[in-house]
Design a protein around this ligand. Structure first.
Ligand code: SF4
Ligand code: SF4
Length: 125
């Protein structure tokens, strides 16, 4: 590896770690670099709006126990979507299906439909 390649490697890593720490602390958000700076994620977040596969709950049967929100690896406020009668539109969802397994009522399911999301544009709540 030449000196200039090494310099670029060090500079790139320095930028990555510095920006990740600064964003995480200033925005108080997890995975801040991925959400706000990574060019690949920006594209994926846009395309995920059009995903046919999303989690859906039954508003009438939800007991508001909060198990799903506590278990969600991506800190998505699943109950907010359920209460609004929406599928989980968050682009943060990695479709791990954990929420479907912890719901004591068994009312969260993976569904195949068409919607475009849009309530959460950049930051999940
Ligand atoms: S599938 Fe996983 S990431 Fe998506 S809402 Fe459920 S627990 Fe969260
Ligand atoms: S785990 Fe099920 S019942 Fe509990 S808040 Fe979530 S969707 Fe509602």
């Amino acid at each position: 590896m030449s000196n200039s390649e090494l310099a670029w490697l060090v500079a790139g890593n320095t930028f990555y770690f510095a920006s990740a720490f600064i964003l995480a602390f200033t925005l108080k958000d997890n995975r801040a670099f991925c959400k706000y700076l990574c060019p690949i994620t920006v594209i994926l977040k846009f395309t995920s709006r059009f995903s046919f596969l999303k989690i859906e709950g039954d508003k009438e049967k939800c007991t508001q126990c909060g198990n799903c929100v506590k278990a969600c690896l991506m800190d998505i406020n699943i109950t907010e979507y359920v209460n609004n009668g929406e599928r989980v539109l968050s682009t943060e969802c990695i479709y791990c299906l954990t929420c479907t397994t912890v719901c004591p009522e068994g009312i969260l399911n993976d569904t195949f439909k068409m919607d475009i999301g849009g309530k959460e544009h950049i930051q999940r709540r």
